[in-house]
Design a protein around this ligand. Structure first.
Ligand SMILES: *Cc1c(COP(=O)(O)O)cnc(C)c1O
Ligand code: SF4
Length: 483
């Protein structure tokens, strides 16, 4: 035996749990993740395989076996889920929700539809149809009508970001910032569970013309080969981790095998599987193959980043998620975390501080705090920009520099990613200070600019320039992109 196993109890932010620690005599630098074998140090309880079982609108009634949900709440969920996509699974329900805190539990609100997610009139419209025993077709028609009002593609996603080559649009690709391409593999357009706030909701409701996707690895590779400035690719969805490893191989291997694609140095995968189905990295049939793929990309000299989506520290408390994090890290991939700030879920500096501390302890690097996007059930989740900054400022002061890699609160708006730096008084005027983290024009980045103080504004387009100016510095330039 080349290692000794020690087990001890430790207490941290998430309470008391057991960890296994391995001491490797005289071999501190030995690789922990042997490609050829399963890791030898599996935490047994993380190995308990639960089968993936989805809960959707169709079997919503079975929720009663987990906890007390009133008839009114259940009815409200049926109404809301007629309009907004709903899907969760047994792992989330059994492990991440404190059922004695329902309906206030944050993860419960993150996955189960709540009445406030629809506007009152829209809610009544569907509720009345259901009470009157309308046909599913009638309900669907009304639901589709309501959805069109919910801004399914915010920030010019469809108009301005999908590249065109020789007059042909390349579905499944978005290329907004010079160095980074977003790819939406068609097999990854769903998730292990859906977040109730999700701005990708239009992709889940089965309205074909609303989808952005591509079947074609060939198109992707051809586009990359033709654009030598692309250094980063971000696989996104839905959730790319919903794909079988063998499908991911089809998209990713070429990035290291084909010299024409070698300029892509950084491979990111945006996922919420660490929260919604960590078994993907531990117990699924092809989990080891996935880790081997990541390790191969790393060995070929690429930076592999799992862009993990965590909304609340409660999502990090199971042994299997901690095992998944450990296994991913042992491939040489890094995990960076990002999440939107949401009313009713994580609108509290202490929640963020505790989450970042826990992430840093487990080796996850805090990356972005987002402002909730202007789409879907936004009135339930949105917060004024000024409040977003207060939460950020209240959280960041509680953590050490290792957590201060996080940037935000950041809006992914039409001109770019805009960070709210804070509220300040400048020359006798109260202003909101902002800057671009990413711009359609790279030269916009890192230039502070000022908006008139507005305690109600929730998005960039509601802000006015400060100091009596008639436009923001980027507006003329933006017109050139969107004309
Ligand atoms: C956030 C984002 C990126 C990545 O930006 P980074 O600053 O490199 O994290 C790329 N494309 C789009 C459209 C984005 O919104
Ligand atoms: S996991 Fe991501 S894409 Fe899927 S529902 Fe949640 S936010 Fe949307």
């Amino acid at each position: 035996m080349w290692y000794k196993r020690r087990t001890f109890k430790m207490v941290n932010d998430l309470g008391r749990f057991t960890v296994n620690v391995h001491t490797i005599p005289g071999a501190a630098t030995q690789r922990e993740w042997p490609s050829e074998n399963r890791p030898r140090d599996l935490n047994e309880s993380a190995r308990q395989v639960t089968k993936f079982k989805a809960l959707t609108r169709r079997n919503l009634d079975s929720i009663s076996q987990y906890g007390n949900v009133s008839d009114d709440d259940l009815f409200a969920m049926k109404v809301v889920s007629a309009v907004l996509p709903f899907r969760t699974n047994s792992y989330v329900i059994e492990n991440l929700i404190d059922w004695d805190r329902v309906p206030d539990d944050p993860v419960y609100r993150l996955v189960f539809p709540q009445r406030g997610m629809l506007e009152e009139g829209d809610f009544r419209r569907i509720a009345d149809l259901m009470v009157q025993d309308a046909t599913p077709q009638e309900i669907d028609r009304a639901a589709a009508d309501i959805r069109t009002k919910l801004n399914p593609h915010p920030a010019g996603q469809r108009e301005f970001n999908i590249p065109r080559e020789e007059g042909e649009t390349l579905e499944g690709l978005q290329h907004k910032y010079r160095e980074t391409i977003l790819f939406f593999p068609s097999q990854g357009q769903t998730c292990h569970a859906y977040c109730t706030f999700c701005f990708r909701w239009a992709q889940f409701v089965g309205e074909k013309e609303l989808k952005i996707s591509s079947k074609d690895a060939v198109n992707l590779h051809r586009y990359i080969a033709a654009h030598p400035k692309i250094s980063d690719i971000l696989f996104t969805g839905g959730d790319p981790m919903i794909m079988k490893t063998r499908v991911m191989e089809g998209y990713m291997r070429a990035l290291i095998d084909d010299p024409a694609l070698a300029h892509v140095q950084n491979i990111r995968i945006g996922t919420k599987a660490l929260t919604f189905w960590p078994h993907r990295f531990v117990n699924d049939e092809d989990a080891d193959d996935l880790l081997r793929l990541m390790e191969d990309l790393v060995r070929a000299g690429r930076h592999v980043a799992i862009m993990a989506h965590f909304n609340h520290w409660q999502e990090m408390r199971t042994e299997v998620v901690q095992e998944a994090i450990r296994r991913i890290r042992s491939t040489g991939a890094v995990i960076r975390s990002q999440a939107p700030l949401l009313a009713n879920i994580n609108n509290d500096p202490d929640i963020w501080a505790r989450m970042w501390r826990e992430q840093v302890r487990q080796g996850v690097i805090p990356y972005y705090m987002f402002v909730e996007r202007d789409t879907g059930p936004k009135q339930y989740f949105e917060l004024p920009l000024v409040r977003c900054w207060e939460v950020f400022q209240g959280a960041i002061q509680q953590v050490s520099g290792l957590s201060r890699t996080v940037r935000g609160p950041s809006m992914s708006a039409t001109p770019g990613k805009v960070e709210v730096l804070g509220v300040q008084e400048v020359a006798g005027e109260r202003v909101i200070v902002l800057r671009f983290l990413q711009g359609r024009d790279p030269d916009w980045c890192a230039r502070p600019f000022f908006a008139r103080y507005d305690p109600k504004a929730t998005w960039l387009d509601q802000l006015e320039p400060a100091f009596g100016e008639d436009k923001f510095f980027f507006e003329d330039g933006l017109r050139a992109f969107t004309a």
